[in-house]
Design a protein around this ligand. Structure first.
Ligand code: AR6
Length: 169
């Protein structure tokens, strides 16, 4: 499994799966979630609504899959990162679970290339250094038969520098 880091807008990537940093109600919102729904169109929200009706949404740390509407990516994986509350309420395990459950879902759907945003490091306030270390270590330690490429897509300069530095080590 190859790991890459790029700076840019995740909605523009031609990969098998783009991961969205969603909320438990799958209601859309700001940040990367807003950008994905804007670029992908209403089909994505329709499918999120169906998932909400069937199973009440997506618990923190878990992941669900929808089609990708107008995006170039084949599929969208929605995962819900933890809200940072100081670090003593299971945030680390939950953020780790986001990466693992997204990769599992990609494998189950035979998706080989997957792009992650920096989950929880925006509105949800997870410290960027800790989040970057955890994301990279979790993905590095994940043994996959089928996923061949994981791209960390950094939108802000701080995350981009951090990821480049950590991946160079
Ligand atoms: N492409 C890639 N990354 C992006 C983009 C983009 N187009 N736009 C923002 N980011 P956030 P969270 C980065 O706040 O912290 C939403 O309202 C951004 O710079 O999107 O997990 C949801 O509905 C940051 O590094 O997600 C939830 O309610 C990273 O994406 C809540 O925010 C994550 O920031 C989730 O909060």
């Amino acid at each position: 499994m190859k790991l890459q880091v790029i700076k840019g807008d995740i909605t523009q990537l031609q990969v098998d799966a783009i991961v969205n940093a969603a909320n438990t109600r799958l209601m859309g919102g700001g940040g990367v979630d807003g950008a994905i729904h804007r670029a992908g169109g209403p089909v994505i929200m329709d499918e999120c609504r169906q998932i909400r009706e069937q199973q009440g949404g997506c618990p923190t740390g878990e992941a669900v899959i929808t089609s990708s509407g107008l995006l170039a990516a084949k599929k969208l994986i929605h995962t819900v990162g933890p809200v940072w509350q100081g670090g003593n309420t299971g945030e680390k395990e939950l953020l780790k679970a986001c990466y693992i459950n997204s990769l599992k879902l990609a494998e189950a759907n035979k998706l080989k290339t997957i792009a992650f945003p920096n989950i929880s490091t925006g509105v949800y306030g997870y410290p960027k250094v800790e989040a970057a270390k955890l994301a990279i270590n979790t993905v590095k330690n994940y043994r996959s038969e089928s996923v061949s490429l994981v791209i960390f897509v950094c939108f802000d300069e701080e995350n981009h520098r951090l990821y480049q530095h950590l991946l160079d080590q």
